[in-house]
Design a protein around this ligand. Structure first.
Ligand code: HEC
Length: 192
């Protein structure tokens, strides 16, 4: 009886020992997701609120000025608010601003999301890429859900607006989108 009991205890202890690293990994992963969610939300909220305000104040031309002059600066301001080792940005394989061109594996991840979407898969809220033992990339897919996005990313009818976009972005790739299309992703790089 005693022997059986100690065998049982030992196996429980072994199971706990084995479980400990897994538990730690799960907690770390949860932390990554939380940080990714929080940072991507902060960026999208900051850009969205300001875009709405500009659109309301001065229509699509003012909103364009905002996007082209301030989206980048505002992203930097959001980055300053995030903890050390965390950075957020937007990417697209059909980018308007070359600064938003995907780097490294990012293009592959976007392609994979596009393939999933083309196969009628409902996209996940997030994808996490492990870069190395300390670094992760959190991706939030960006799908065109609002008609307002098409004003500047769809088939642009407004000639004045089209010219203004071409002037600012001579190699613009970010037009001809439709509702529901994958526009790109928010990427949060998290260094532990
Ligand atoms: C008033 C015009 C305008 C509207 C409306 C607009 N955008 Fe943009 N968008 C731009 C401009 C200009 C840029 C380039 C910003 C820069 O220079 O960083 C851009 C860049 C982006 C990028 C970064 C990748 C890239 O192409 O450079 C994403 C993602 C994006 N827009 C998504 C959206 C979504 C989603 C909506 C709707 C909620 C939207 N946009 C509405 C003008 C607009």
């Amino acid at each position: 009886m005693k022997i059986l009991k100690s065998i049982a205890l030992m196996s429980i202890a072994t199971a706990l020992l084995l479980a400990a690293p897994q538990g730690k990994k799960d907690a770390e992963f949860k932390g990554i997701i939380q940080m990714g969610k929080k940072s991507s939300k902060l960026l999208l909220k900051t850009l969205g609120t300001n875009m709405k305000k500009n659109m309301k104040d001065g229509g699509v031309m003012k909103a364009l000025d905002f996007c082209s002059q301030e989206a980048y600066t505002l992203t930097e301001q959001v980055n300053k608010k995030l903890p050390k080792g965390v950075r957020v940005k937007r990417i697209s394989s059909q980018y308007r601003n070359p600064a938003n061109k995907p780097e490294g594996n990012e293009a592959k991840v976007l392609e994979a999301l596009k393939t999933l979407q083309d196969a009628n898969v409902i996209l996940p809220r997030q994808i996490v890429e492990k870069i190395d033992t300390h670094t992760y990339k959190y991706y939030k897919p960006l799908v065109i859900k609002k008609k307002v996005c098409l004003k500047c990313h769809g088939n642009i009818q407004d000639v004045e607006l089209r010219r203004a976009i071409e002037e600012r972005y001579p190699i613009d790739k970010a037009t001809h989108y439709k509702m529901g299309d994958l526009r790109g992703a928010v990427v949060v790089t998290i260094k532990k």
